[in-house]
Ligand binder design. Structure first.
Ligand code: AMP
Length: 279
């Protein structure tokens, strides 16, 4: 595996590989890698000739400085895991490789998707995601881009970004959420949970399963309220429990369209998200 910290040399190396007909798959991450990330690497390995994994804890997407400061970093383990997974290139940029001196922050016209759900509770988050992903796309110029369904709204935002920036040939591949044996969605932030919090955290997935089991037999509003109450009873501070159109993320009541249940809640100051397709 080649570890590259420089944007320019990486672009150059990948350019010559592309000229030789190699197809490039990009897996962007913020590190603290787990099986969810590695499933994306594996998917890229299976479909692309060159798999590029990136690790960049993007300051622009953290609306909460404490969250940024406490974001787990496990670089040595990450490198070992990527090696074992057969990743070809690790892009490991410092902040000024992604946002070099003179970098002009772009504003992306993301529409209502930017300000609902995650966007409502994390103002500026999706602009920050787009800034980093836009730069990564510019540097790597991938044929395929691999994202996890775990971050459902982020997938929709990045799909929008590809359209907004005219990168219509990039093949966006969204991979299913990888879970712990008890159902908790794997997340780098799980590393911040103590043992008791870790046991409680599965309640997030339980809430989604409860909704899936009872929807549409019971009205959406009632299910959302019941799920919220149960999470609060278990000690979560709930940002949202939503049942939304799987294509637009608009709140749904009827059953005519595919729907997704989404939840965001914090245990003390560790904020977790999850989602589940309903039909
Ligand atoms: P992150 O490092 O959290 O920014 O995540 C990097 C990529 O891995 C994103 O596309 C995430 O959606 C994806 N990802 C994170 N957790 C999981 C998971 N449990 N299963 C599948 N993909 C995931």
């Amino acid at each position: 595996m080649i570890i590259n910290k420089r944007a320019k040399t990486l672009t150059h190396q990948l350019f010559s590989l592309r000229q030789r007909g190699k197809r490039i798959g990009l897996v962007p991450t913020m590190g603290a890698l787990h099986a969810g990330h590695l499933a994306l690497i594996e998917a890229a390995k299976n479909a692309a000739d060159i798999t590029v994994g990136s690790i960049f804890v993007n300051p622009a997407q953290f609306n909460n400085p404490d969250d940024f400061r406490h974001y787990p970093v496990t670089l040595e383990k990450d490198i070992e895991a990527l090696l074992a997974a057969g990743c070809d290139v690790l892009f490991l940029p410092a902040v000024d490789e992604i946002y070099p001196p003179g970098y002009q922050k772009k504003q992306y016209a993301l529409g209502r998707l930017e300000n609902i759900l995650e966007g409502r509770y994390r103002p500026g988050h999706f602009q920050g995601v787009c800034q980093a992903v836009d730069r990564l796309l510019e540097i790597v110029q991938p044929d395929q881009l691999y994202l996890g369904q775990k971050d459902y709204q982020q997938c929709m935002i990045v799909s929008e970004l590809l359209k907004l920036t005219g990168r219509t040939t990039v093949d966006l591949r969204i991979m299913p959420t990888v879970r712990e044996p008890d159902g908790l969605a794997m997340s780098s932030r799980n590393l911040r949970l103590n043992e008791i919090q870790r046991q409680k955290a599965v309640a997030l997935f339980d809430a989604l399963r409860f909704i899936k089991k009872n929807w549409p037999k019971q009205p959406a509003a009632l299910l959302k309220e019941a799920a919220r109450e149960e999470l609060e009873r278990k000690g979560f501070a709930v940002d949202y429990v939503e049942i939304a159109d799987a294509q637009t993320l608009e709140t749904v009541n009827g059953t005519e369209k595919p729907a997704v249940a989404l939840v965001a809640a914090s245990l003390d100051n560790v904020r977790l998200i999850d989602n589940l397709l309903l039909n």
